[in-house]
Design a binder for this molecule. Sequence first.
Ligand code: ZN
Length: 208
Amino acid sequence: MLSLQHDILRTDISGMPLEWISYQGAVRLYYLEQVAYSCGHLLYRIHGGYNAATGRRSVIDVNSIIATDGSVQASLKGRPGYTPPLNNATLFRRDGFLCMYCGGHQRQSNLSRDHVRPMSRGGDDAWNNVVTACKHCNSHKGNRAPEQAGMQLLAVPFTPTHAEYVYLQGRRILADQMEFLRAHFPRRSPLRERLKSSSYASAARFLS
Ligand SMILES: [Zn+2]
């Protein structure tokens, strides 16, 4: 039997990825009849209570991807100018948990958010000015721009679209969910290249 560890990818009515929800959250949406249609494969079959009158037991099938009636807020996130909130956990995942200066693969506790152009020099605390850096490189760089510190960036920082952001927040992403999300990435998404490399590929290995 499947354990209930996989999240369900929720989309709006047009199929735009919105967020991850637990199976409980999905069951609630099914009960509230807010699920417009399902995609992906059958992930969980949830048995409910027995109906006192008929003696029949209710069953809800939860698929890996469900489309729900959209909200205004959701459609705003799909717009080209939308910027997802910046946080370290998602930033580190964007950069594959690699220090963008020395290329070292580090555990999260040894990583930090580096402002490529330091904030004290007018740099923004924004996706396109921040990279993942190990604490060693970050303190070596100090309050300088990379060229002043004799350091070179391994990849250009970018602002994820909402679909990319949803992907970066995912845990134990299933193959069909991965495929669905990737179809919503911009054609030139840097994540497409990164997904081909081995460390990212493991995220999509959970076939049911
Ligand atoms: Zn480093």
